[in-house]
Design a protein. Structure first.
Length: 112
């Protein structure tokens, strides 16, 4: 029988930080097309929810704004209001190679 070598983590690699769970009323914007996220927003509100937070960082910030504007103007026609916009900066990387990345959180509320 052939022996299968075990895969081990190199000793000099950096341990991964535990991920913080994403709240159910939050959508994280990334590299997908705008309409993919717009569909997720629509599904969230059609499930009965009235509040949603859209989060993005870096180059995805403009896509997050586009998602909210498409949903507000094209699908809800004035029944969706932006309640709060929070901007900030996250420091990413290790101690020798850190960089600042801009972030945005847009909170929207559906009015009946």
């Amino acid at each position: 029988m052939t022996e299968i070598p075990e895969q081990t983590m190199p000793r000099d690699s950096v341990p991964m930080r535990p991920r913080i769970p994403i709240p159910p009323d939050t959508i994280l914007i990334g590299k997908k097309p705008v309409m993919a996220y717009a569909t997720a927003v629509m599904m969230h509100f059609h499930s009965g929810a009235t509040v949603l937070t859209v989060k993005a960082r870096g180059r995805a910030i403009s896509r997050a704004v586009d998602v909210i504007e498409v949903v507000r103007r094209r699908f809800f026609g004035g029944k969706l209001a932006v309640k709060d916009v929070t901007i900030g900066t996250e420091v990413l990387g290790e101690s020798g190679d850190t960089r600042n990345v801009s972030t945005i959180e847009i909170k929207v509320q559906k009015s009946e």
